[in-house]
Ligand binder design. Sequence first.
Ligand code: SF4
Length: 222
Amino acid sequence: MAALTPFSSLDFPGHLAAIVHLQGCPLACPYCHSPHLQPPGPGALSPRDITGFLASRRGLLDGIVFSGGEPCAQAGLADALAACRAQGYATALHSAGTYPRALARLLPLLDWIGLDWKAPLDDTTPTTGRAGLGPRFALALHAVLEAGIAHEIRTTWHPTLLPPAAMLAMAGQLARMRAGSWVIQPYWRPAHLKAPPLREAAFPPALLAQIRAILPNTALRQ
Ligand code: SF4
């Protein structure tokens, strides 16, 4: 475990939660806000640090979020989720869906998941830096939808990475897989990141209208 955010009201809908950030992610998204978490490595926090923190926050927090990096890369995550639930906390996960089998095994231990829908299934390179991930992303989405768990399917958008044709293809794929909703969040550059060359851009209203004709319950997060 790399870091702990002690309080968030935004990352687990309906809950006041802490966020545990896990290192290790095989992707190389150009818009990554946490590139320091991409390489796997020894954690700065132990499981005991987390359980101790949660014991001290009973009555103040009611949820815990595991985020990344890619949390499903961690073999100990199921035990950690079970330990959090044993302390009475609701559990949530942020995942890119890169490890769909591991994700499917974790779903029974979760109350909510935020699943990235990163790219059109036939072209994952521009947004992830990796080719051929479409089958994994499709399996992950299928597992989440089949599980019936509360969820958010979301996409970080930037015009040079996901031009209109790509966004329309993604909407069509979500509709065919019977995803009921989609959240599009335009890329924003956090102050602590100096390196990424991407510039922020507004999402085109005409494209949003085209997408909603395919998938009506599509929201734009500003
Ligand atoms: S999946 Fe998430 S943590 Fe991994 S590179 Fe992409 S944005 Fe960063």
